[in-house]
Design a binder for this molecule. Sequence first.
Ligand SMILES: NC(=O)c1ccc[n+]([C@@H]2O[C@H](COP(=O)([O-])OP(=O)(O)OC[C@H]3O[C@@H](n4cnc5c(N)ncnc54)[C@H](O)[C@@H]3O)[C@@H](O)[C@H]2O)c1
Length: 315
Amino acid sequence: MEKVLITGSSGFIGYHVAKKILKKRVKVIGVDNHNSYYSPKIKVLRFKELKKFKNFKFYKTDISNKGQLLKIFKKEKPSTVIHLAAQAGVRYSFENPQAYVSSNIDGTNNILECMARLKSSKIIFASSSSVYGNQKKLPIKETNQTNPLNFYGLTKLMNESQIKIFSENYKIDYILLRFFTAYGEYGRPDMFIPKLKKNILNQKKIDLYNNGKHKRDFTFVEDISNIIGILLNKKNFNQRFKILNVCSGVKTDIKKVISLMENELNKKAKLIPKSIQKGDMLETHGSNHNLKKYLNYKKFKNIEYGIKKIASSKF
Ligand SMILES: NC(=O)c1ccc[n+]([C@@H]2O[C@H](COP(=O)([O-])OP(=O)(O)OC[C@H]3O[C@@H](n4cnc5c(N)ncnc54)[C@H](O)[C@@H]3O)[C@@H](O)[C@H]2O)c1
């Protein structure tokens, strides 16, 4: 049975990806430190869901600890790594940049060193649309010049370079996925859509930056896990598509998201107007032309479908 190691398996995207892959009769080794950037309770719930699969094994480990990581690699010898563990969040990167150095820079370096030593052959990496910063030409193509506006985006760009260098030196095949705003069930409590749902239900106030005029290319997590599932079946990653935007290709403003959620929950949001925050991108809108071409994946879920799913789910 193929062995795939997923870092950040108790995270939002990691959980959905692991669940998808576990159904494919692949052995999944999950690694996560269940840190408290947001409440670990939801990480434990996701982990408990994954534990129901017999082909799932889990290590509660910090990827910045090379010694422990190496032990796991020596024991498990995974052929492929899906590297999702990271210190995420743009706003937190202004408060605590060191967390990004430790998890993103050191953590990724440790993963790559372990892969090189144990001869893992492939890495699928979670990069971010944050590497682009604000761009004049939309939709953003993979060939656009990168220009991160915050330290989080910079660490993702550095990770991409780390992976390229290791891959050239140690023959590790790689693909860099630049995710645009992901959303879905069991979402991250620090992100807007889960906060919106919770605060509407509890009739609590929620900050609305820039009058809700920000636009995001919202990407439903089911599409992300489908895409990673398809990538796992590829023997080699095509040289032409080493960097792929993972996005629905449709931009939606925050005001629309609010009104969809209000309709689904049949309650009004209590909004507090706030000015635009530093380091925030005004608009993210990606081109998914290459993704569609490479993977023949065309049916992205629309925002109406996604919000309905979230509104009716427990988390
Ligand atoms: N959610 C999005 O919209 C989005 C967009 C672009 C990129 N990404 C990237 O996708 C990946 C997954 O994001 P997510 O939204 O699921 O975030 P998440 O925070 O829910 O998941 C990350 C997981 O990694 C774990 N982790 C963090 N640092 C670790 C460390 N040092 N050692 C071990 N485990 C550690 C966390 O405990 C968490 O469970 C991240 O790399 C993120 O930067 C996410």
